[in-house]
Write a protein that binds this ligand. Structure first.
Ligand code: AMP
Length: 173
């Protein structure tokens, strides 16, 4: 999987000074790269018998539906505030650069539903942990979290201790 690093563009000082941004658009436009990533993610979760893959706006929306399709699950969006039309549960949290709030439809996850949470990059883990809390507040069971990229020099995995965290491409610095 590390060969895919050549397809990920690193953009220094984006979106603000000091952040090295891992840009997956260069991977997405590469047919082989895209296929490899989606197939590998599906392989990791294919036996989990999940009802839904939860995608986090915005870049989680790229991978989560593809993963859901592959493993025979549904797709549930977690969105920025005031985007979802029906009754929502919401959570506020800190991220690597700033603060944010996310929402999910209250009827998107039922009590006891097995779900996977999917995003492009695991950085500090604040976003993913917030989504874990959202899902659990609705009675859902988080059976795993899948990321294309993991920044191992940040405490994302530690923040998600106790959960099955799987990533494909890891950066040590
Ligand atoms: P975090 O909550 O810190 O784990 O941040 C996760 C979210 O922010 C993910 O949805 C990523 O898309 C985005 N993100 C955070 N840091 C980076 C980075 N260095 N490069 C690319 N995306 C990032």
């Amino acid at each position: 999987m590390d060969d895919l690093k050549t397809l990920i563009r690193e953009v220094p000082d984006f979106p603000k000074p000091g952040i090295n941004f891992y840009d997956i658009t260069t991977l997405l436009k590469h047919p082989e790269g895209l296929r490899k990533v989606v197939d590998a993610m599906a392989e990791k979760f294919k036996d989990e018998k999940v009802e839904a893959v939860i995608g986090i706006e915005a870049r989680g929306f790229i991978f989560a539906p593809a993963l859901a399709y592959h493993i025979g699950a549904g797709f549930v969006p977690v969105r920025k505030p005031s985007k979802l039309p029906a009754e929502c549960a919401s959570v506020s949290y800190d991220l690597e650069y700033g603060k944010d709030t996310l929402e999910i439809h209250r009827d998107a996850v039922a009590e006891g539903h097995r779900v996977i949470i999917c995003d492009d990059v695991l950085a500090t883990g604040g976003t993913a942990k917030a989504v874990v809390n959202l899902v659990e507040s609705l009675g859902g069971e988080v059976v795993g979290l899948g990321f294309v990229v993991e920044l191992e020099f940040l405490p994302g995995r530690k923040k998600l201790e106790g959960y099955d965290v799987r990533s494909l491409i890891k950066y040590q610095s």
